[in-house]
Write a protein that binds this ligand. Structure first.
Ligand SMILES: C[S@@+](CC[C@H](N)C(=O)[O-])C[C@H]1O[C@@H](n2cnc3c(N)ncnc32)[C@H](O)[C@@H]1O
Length: 274
């Protein structure tokens, strides 16, 4: 399964919704309570999971622009949002590459009340985040980001290779994903640092996945994806990585595997009292 396939995004959607931190989400909802019509932009929208979570909580009418580079996900998102969103929420889908230099400024050229980015920011570069912050400062749009990986992974039962695996995975996270060297696990701290000089209020909270023995399918895929990423960083350690994956799957199949994956959510409310 690939990192962004429709089936992977569908599997993780319920976990993402459950993990979403309430404090940033409610701060956004309160700040937008009087905004009508509400104009929102979802970056790296996948199949629209964040819109399906957020739209029912916000005032209507709403006009969303969902931006996604994968045409298969655009089609899937169009279908799933049409099926499930409440009346008064309109979503336009746009196939576009956010890594191109002019895309952000083009998308934020028109007035927008809210920019959202779910499980996207660890892919981007510091300079891309700096451009987003500069554009937000000029546009006065709110920002809501969620499910940004922060480098913390805790395994139970522990294994001697866990630390090395996480180190290789974090190194893989920092590889260029099309936006320049990726901020990876430092995404939210970098974003917070860039936002800090601006007048406004920031609300952050953790949004970890907490997985147990019953969450077998998602753990299995994560172990596969992580082993593959680690092996691409250190081919000479392939045997140790395969052994680690095998031991993790053995724990999982024996019903004793617990896993915490660290994420952080952030809301930015420009001009609001800190
Ligand atoms: C982990 S998925 C998250 C999807 C969705 N936001 C969610 O929460 O389910 C990251 C998404 O970013 C998209 N993406 C990655 N690079 C992109 C780029 N350069 N331009 C537009 N979308 C991109 C991927 O195709 C994928 O759908």
């Amino acid at each position: 399964m690939s990192r962004f396939s429709a089936s992977w995004l569908a599997l993780r959607e319920a976990y993402d919704h459950r993990a979403t931190a309430t404090a940033p989400l409610f701060a956004i909802r309160a700040a937008l309570a009087d905004r009508r019509p509400l104009r929102a932009l979802d970056l790296g929208a996948g199949s629209g999971a964040a819109i399906r979570l957020l739209a029912p909580l916000l005032p209507k009418p709403q006009e969303w622009l969902a931006v996604e580079c994968d045409p298969a996900l655009v089609a899937e998102g169009r279908r799933r949002c049409a099926e499930s969103l409440p009346a008064g929420v309109r979503v336009r889908w746009k196939g576009d590459d956010l890594a191109r230099t002019d895309t952000l400024s083009r998308l934020l050229h028109r007035p927008v009340d809210l920019v959202s980015a779910s499980a996207l920011l660890d892919l981007v570069s510091r300079s891309w985040l700096a451009e987003l912050v500069a554009i937000l400062a000029a546009s006065r749009a709110l920002l809501w980001t969620r499910l940004t990986f922060d480098g913390r992974i805790h395994f139970f039962p522990p294994d001697p290779f866990d630390r090395r695996l996480v180190a290789l995975l974090c190194a893989h996270q920092r590889r260029d994903k099309g936006f320049g060297p990726a901020v990876g696990p430092e995404a939210v701290t970098t974003l917070a640092e860039l936002l800090a000089p601006l007048a406004g209020r920031m609300v952050t909270a953790s949004s970890d996945w907490r997985l147990g023995p019953r969450d077998r399918a998602i753990q299995e895929i994560l172990f596969d994806l992580w082993a593959e990423a680690a092996a691409s960083m250190a081919p000479q350690e392939a045997e140790a990585i395969t052994g680690w994956r095998h031991r993790r799957l053995t724990h999982l199949r024996a019903g004793r595997s617990h896993l915490t994956v660290g994420h952080r959510d952030l809301a930015w409310l420009p001009g609001a009292a800190a």
